[in-house]
Design a protein around this ligand. Structure first.
Ligand SMILES: Cc1cc2nc3c(=O)[nH]c(=O)nc-3n(C[C@H](O)[C@H](O)[C@H](O)COP(=O)(O)OP(=O)(O)OC[C@H]3O[C@@H](n4cnc5c(N)ncnc54)[C@H](O)[C@@H]3O)c2cc1C
Length: 365
């Protein structure tokens, strides 16, 4: 079968791109080996945020007295939480399916795509040829080489969200955003949580002050952190799992009922046949791309002394994900931070915090 373009992977870029190209009149193939929608819809953003919402309700209910509300006997029915999450995910998936079905010149091929040549792919027993080929194959959990790991039933972000009973004690290996998000979620569901991280600060990509504050907040919710841990081995112990590591050469072991591996993500490029297409990857397996195609994700607050432009931002607080978009918009518009000075904000809103923040801006040393 011959197409004007073939999109491999129905993730964040592959879906909208395939729709847009089909709308322009191109004959397009979309190849997907698993569920439509990729990580975000199936095992990433959508299901986690659905479950985070349940965890937040549990947290508010447990702490209702702070708002002068009496609530007692708060407990979490994880099976119901998971059922709700699955309904949401399923509705998103079927939305993706109908967007494909609406486009007669867009064909969905189910199966694993492998290059046979630069413009030729094998998908199941079919050969697809395309003038242009777009690769959007995403990432998966990067499972570390750790003695004993294969012999225990460890969890990943996907399998953790399938549990029907709240774990008694969740060990989380990795203090990145996935480890922290699940750590807080399951703590709020009622688990004891221990996060074991090899760095000196959690959230390695964030500024240390943001990461340390995040750790402090989570410790306030009862999560235990072990930092600078060099893992040694994992073993089954008393019906649970024991994780052994050293901290500054001191051996230590923590035992829990479940273990989540959240030590990073690796690209799905190893079995794509990229060598047949002559496509280069870097040492970690990521496809090398031109600098202009790289997304620059701002992760720290820094204001320029000469241009007044915002170079990046991190907001740690309630609805920080919503608020930070205001700054993202200014960056896109290449506008100086000063346009926010003296703006009229609706009161009372979280957004009005920008009023004081902008007035406080000092030139960087
Ligand atoms: C637990 C978790 C929570 C997250 N939460 C958020 C969040 O709240 N906000 C946020 O912005 N981001 C979040 N992310 C990150 C977000 O999910 C990813 O950045 C995003 O999904 C990446 O999209 P992608 O299109 O690159 O890849 P993917 O979404 O992974 O899509 C790749 C697709 O390609 C398919 N594929 C792979 N190889 C082949 C092949 N050879 N043949 C055919 N198909 C193939 C895969 O099955 C998959 O469907 C989260 C991630 C995780 C893991």
């Amino acid at each position: 079968m011959t197409y004007d373009s073939i999109v491999i992977g129905s993730g964040q870029a592959g879906n909208p791109l395939s729709h847009r190209l089909a709308d322009l009149g191109w004959k397009v193939a979309l190849v997907e080996k698993a569920h439509l929608g990729g990580t975000c819809i199936n095992t990433g953003c959508t299901p986690t945020k659905a479950m985070v919402a349940s965890a937040q309700v549990a947290h508010y209910a447990r702490n209702a007295a702070r708002w002068g509300v009496r609530a007692s006997g708060v407990s979490v029915d994880l099976a119901k939480v998971v059922e709700r999450k699955e309904k949401i995910v399923e509705s998103f998936r079927s939305g993706q399916r109908s967007r494909v079905d609406q486009r007669p010149n867009l064909t969905l091929h189910r199966g694993h795509a492998r290059f046979l040549a630069p413009r030729r792919l094998q998908v199941a027993d079919q050969i697809l040829e395309g003038e242009r080929i777009f690769i959007n194959t995403g990432t998966r959990t990067d499972v570390p080489r750790l003695e004993g790991l294969d012999a225990v039933q460890y969890l990943t972000n996907a399998s953790l969200m399938e549990l029907r009973d709240v774990p008694e004690h969740l060990l989380v290996l990795g203090g990145g955003y996935i480890g922290l998000e699940f750590g807080q979620m399951f703590r709020r569901f009622g688990s004891q949580v221990t996060i074991v991280h090899r760095g000196a600060h959690v959230l390695g990509r964030e500024d240390d002050d943001v990461a340390d504050e995040m750790q402090r907040i989570l410790e306030g919710e009862g999560i235990r952190f072990v930092l600078e841990a060099q893992t040694r081995y994992v073993e089954k112990k008393g019906g649970g799992i024991a994780l052994s590591f050293t901290v500054q050469d001191r051996p230590e072991t923590v035992a829990g009922s479940h273990l989540l591996v959240a030590t990073g993500r690796r690209p799905n490029t190893g079995d794509l046949g990229l060598d047949k297409a002559g496509i280069e990857t870097d040492q970690r397996g990521f496809i090398r791309v031109d600098n202009r195609l790289r997304t620059n994700v701002p992760n720290h607050w820094a204001l320029g002394p000469e241009t007044d432009r915002i170079l990046g931002a991190a907001i740690l607080g309630s609805e920080g994900g919503e608020l930070v978009q205001m700054l993202g918009g200014l960056m896109l518009a290449d506008a100086p931070y000063t346009v926010l000075k003296g703006a009229v904000y609706i009161h009372p809103t979280l957004m009005e915090g920008f009023f004081g923040l902008m007035d406080d801006v000092k030139p960087a040393a």
